[in-house]
Design a protein around this ligand. Structure first.
Ligand SMILES: [Zn+2]
Length: 316
């Protein structure tokens, strides 16, 4: 059957990226909808079910056969039970999203964690393709990772694997959102870089300088920006070196907003990571290839895995 598709949703704090995806990885329809999380988790769940149901109906109207649903959500996700356990920005508390979707749509459904499925997509279809062992690190407001081996992302015993942002890198560093001082995320997330720069320059304007602007100013030779950027790069290199010591991956794929700095991030980070390698094998360090579609594609892969379909071309 070549008319099969899966329904894929990547639910974020502000928006949902949705698609119909064929087993070969080709996207045949995309949609975006606001999450509008302020309405509360019950309303968000209602929207998720409506959007998923709507996409399945559109697939059928186009003569396609929806065979499964994949949904990616942020926070703590129990993939085995299909439960969105906890999410700061969407407000989920123990929502049995998989069962609710199965009940509403009558299709096999897989629930995944947004960063883990993003890593899955980058490892199987994107920048890590063909390399087998991949660590995907998303650097945005926070920092989180996915360890993917042969096309499967490790979930952890409690659905919380990959919290590389909370590796301790500077014991005397700024306090992290998790409550502890010195986490990688408190030093090197896009938010932390903007904060640190504002702190040093005293520029506490209404519109704080973003990490991208810090990178830009560092590139033009501004001394303080250069210092803040380098501090973040060194902290990231410490975090990635810990990741490499644990996982021995072939490729580290950097995603999230900060990765858009491209070579301004990758070049000094490669050098700093190289300095930290002793007997460990140095991983390739590359930018993500799928952009903000990674989560949605990953949700589709999860759905295909749930029904045992792996038609897309994956070079391992
Ligand atoms: Zn932390």
């Amino acid at each position: 059957m070549s008319d099969r598709v899966v329904v894929a949703l990547d639910v974020g704090g502000t928006g949902m990226k949705c698609a119909l995806v064929r087993p070969d990885g080709v996207v045949v329809r995309t949609e975006r909808h606001p999450t509008d999380a302020a309405r509360g988790p019950a309303a968000v769940v209602g929207t998720i079910l409506d959007v998923a149901g709507g996409l399945a109906d559109k697939a059928r109207a186009d003569g396609l056969t929806p065979i499964a649903v994949g949904i990616a959500v942020p926070g703590v996700v129990d993939e085995a039970r299909g439960v969105a356990v906890w999410s700061a920005n969407v407000g989920f508390r123990d929502v049995p999203l998989r069962d609710l979707t199965v009940k509403r749509l009558g299709l096999p459904t897989a629930l995944g964690h947004d960063v883990r499925v993003g890593g899955l997509a980058e490892a199987r279809l994107g920048a890590g393709r063909g390399t087998g062992h991949v660590l995907f690190v998303a650097i945005g407001t926070g920092i989180a990772a996915a360890h993917v081996v042969d096309g499967t992302a490790a979930v952890g015993a409690h659905g919380a694997a990959g919290e590389i942002g909370h590796i301790l890198v500077r014991p005397d560093g700024p306090r992290c959102g998790c409550g502890r001082p010195g986490c990688l995320e408190a030093m090197a997330s896009a938010a932390a870089i903007g904060r640190r720069y504002a702190e040093l320059t005293g520029e506490t304007a209404d519109a704080p300088v973003t990490a991208a602007e810090v990178a830009e100013r560092a590139a033009t030779g501004e001394q303080l920006a250069g210092q803040v950027w380098q501090e973040a790069v060194e902290a990231l290199a410490d975090g990635l070196a810990s990741g490499q010591a644990l996982f021995d991956v072939a490729t580290i794929v950097l995603g999230g907003g900060l990765a858009q700095a491209g070579d301004r991030l990758l070049t000094p980070l490669r050098a700093a990571l190289h300095e930290r390698m002793t007997f460990h094998r140095e991983p390739q360090l590359v930018a993500a290839a799928l952009g903000d579609e990674a989560g949605c594609l990953g949700a589709a892969l999860l759905a295909l895995d749930a029904v045992g379909v792996r038609d897309h071309q994956e070079k391992r």
